[in-house]
Design a protein around this ligand. Structure first.
Ligand SMILES: [Zn+2]
Length: 203
């Protein structure tokens, strides 16, 4: 039997804070009438609504693994894993994790049909540009950081433009790889490791 006190201490000392977003099936999904989320439902994402369960703590670590690529065979990839104690966060299917201490930087493409920057939690728009112009904030555009909506004050780009952004990553918590819990001393729980993914779990 395993004494889990050292895990708890390790998570407290070497862990990082994250926000747990719990997925609840949306009311647009009724198993008696339909089986999927209804396209165009304004209140959910992939059939789930998210409720914050507050700030939790866990170990976030890279893990090298291999995926089978149809053309290349086995290729190495690096996954991000999150290790928590079950009483800290009892993750369920489609739950999300906000890496609140982390800022990611990325250049994304934005289409003029939506003018919407879709990344985790948008913190800063560093630059908007297209192939011949670098646009100026307040003169050319405004951005609502809460929604990622870009409003053009001038004509703006024609079809597509690039946005250099800083954001707090939000990832899906994917499974526990079928790992079995290690039996612990009575009253103790063993940590569970799951993978964090940029893409939603497959149906
Ligand atoms: Zn819905």
């Amino acid at each position: 039997m395993l004494n889990t006190a050292p895990f708890r201490l390790l998570i407290r000392q070497a862990g990082r804070n994250f926000e747990w977003l719990k997925a609840t099936p949306c009311s647009c999904y009724d198993p008696r009438e339909n089986y999927d989320q209804q396209p165009g439902c304004p209140s959910c994402e992939h059939g789930y609504v998210y409720r914050s369960q507050g700030i939790k703590r866990g170990l976030i670590a890279p893990r090298k693994t291999h995926i089978l690529h149809p053309d290349l065979g086995w290729v190495p990839v690096v996954e991000t894993t999150l290790t928590t104690l079950p009483d800290e966060a009892a993750f369920g299917r489609f739950d999300k994790v906000v890496l609140v201490d982390q800022i990611a930087r990325e250049r994304v493409r934005v289409s003029r049909t939506t003018d919407r920057i879709t990344v985790g939690r948008l913190r800063k728009v560093v630059q908007l540009s297209d192939n011949d112009t670098i646009y100026s904030p307040r003169t050319d555009y405004q951005v609502d950081l809460a929604t990622g909506q870009v409003t053009w004050l001038t004509t703006g780009p024609e079809k597509v433009y690039a946005a250099d952004v800083e954001f707090v990553p939000i990832m899906w918590y994917i499974g526990q790889d079928g790992q079995l819990e290690v039996p612990a001393m009575p009253g103790h729980q063993t940590p569970i490791t799951g993978t964090l993914s940029q893409t939603p779990p497959s149906a």
